[in-house]
Design a protein around this ligand. Structure first.
Ligand code: F6P
Length: 326
């Protein structure tokens, strides 16, 4: 690789708290090595639209505690086309940017791999509240999102107990039940419904009835977005069987509340470490990899492997959650 003089950084896909600390770390680590950092706006779309500019140590001042991403983000269908990627490479070339750091989830790592395949030096950093990126025990944003969910669960539990109600709390996670499962485990939920474990509506009804018979004052059910049935659909079903459950039911859909907010200490540190490690990896001549975290250390995984291997949920944790919901 020719000497890295200008390094681009972008955030892509769903944002997550901790992306700003990661951007800050990329910019300041680059400057430390006399590399000029460039910020690309709105992910891969900004590459196509040539929406990018030089960054300084000051342009990332005061952002470590802010949620979202200073650079903006997008899901770019255009980048999935040959033509879009050609435009992106042309603009990188035009601005003399000769390496790139991509912060985002599995879709973003797919985009990064496409650039790598074209011979462009790129390193990925996992950032997604879903925690479904292979090659990292945690992705940036997960810890904060989980704590936001947990806070909601605790609050809902207070009112649920007062009214002797069941609550369906819908957590984010289209394809992955990580947030719902961990939220259930940490929040002491009576039931966790996740995409990894298909279920019938009758099973939820039975769970509700069991909780009532056991003498519980509430029944907290955490439903991942991608579970077999959405929270509203489950409520409709339970409402038609009200007499059989003992509880009345309410629904809270947390949605994007889980994606925003000030990053936790964990996410600030994770973002800072991975951002710095990504620059370091490029300096050492590594490319086409993602820098994640494993056993508290930076871990390097080829992007090819990151995108081809899914990150399965630890089903042992699901079994523990089931035991503890008694
Ligand atoms: O991938 C992160 C995530 O928050 C998922 O949990 C959720 O299903 C999806 O993004 C929502 O995407 P959007 O913000 O585009 O509606």
């Amino acid at each position: 690789m020719t000497k890295m003089r200008r390094l681009g950084v972008l955030t892509s896909g769903g944002d997550g708290p901790g992306m700003n600390p990661a951007i800050r770390a990329v910019v300041r680590t680059a400057l430390e090595h006399e590399i000029i950092p460039w910020g690309i706006q709105r992910g891969f779309q900004g590459l196509i639209d040539n929406d990018m500019q030089e960054m300084t140590a000051r342009s990332v001042g005061g952002i470590i505690q802010r949620g979202g991403t200073l650079l903006g983000t997008a899901r770019s269908p255009e980048f999935m086309t040959e033509r879009g990627r050609m435009e992106a490479l042309r603009n990188l070339n035009k601005n003399s940017i000769n390496a790139l750091i991509v912060i985002g989830g599995d879709g973003s790592m797919r985009g990064a791999l496409e650039l790598h395949k074209q011979g462009f030096p790129v390193v990925g950093v996992p950032g997604s509240i879903d925690n479904d990126v292979y090659g990292s025990e945690m992705s940036i944003g997960v810890d904060t999102a989980l704590n936001t969910l947990l806070q909601a669960v605790d609050r809902i539990k207070d009112t649920a107990s007062s009214h002797r109600r069941a609550f369906l709390i819908e957590a984010m996670g289209r394809n992955c039940g990580y947030l719902a499962l961990m939220g259930g485990l940490a929040g002491g939920a009576e039931m966790v419904l996740i995409p990894e474990v298909p279920f019938e509506l009758e099973e939820v009804l039975n769970g509700l009835r069991d909780a009532y018979i056991k003498g519980k004052a509430h029944c907290i059910i955490i439903v991942a977005e991608g579970a077999s049935h959405r929270a509203t659909e489950i409520k409709e079903f339970l409402d038609t069987h009200k007499q059989e459950t003992g509880f009345t039911t309410r629904v809270t859909i947390l949605g994007h509340v889980q994606r925003g907010g000030s990053p936790s200490a964990f996410d600030r540190i994770l973002g800072s470490r991975l951002g710095a490690a990504a620059v370091q990896a490029l300096i050492e001549g590594q490319q086409g990899i993602m820098v994640g975290i494993s056993k508290s250390q930076a871990a390097y995984t080829p992007l090819e492997e990151v995108v081809s291997k899914g990150k399965p949920l630890d089903m042992n944790l699901y079994r523990i959650a089931r035991i503890l919901e008694k």
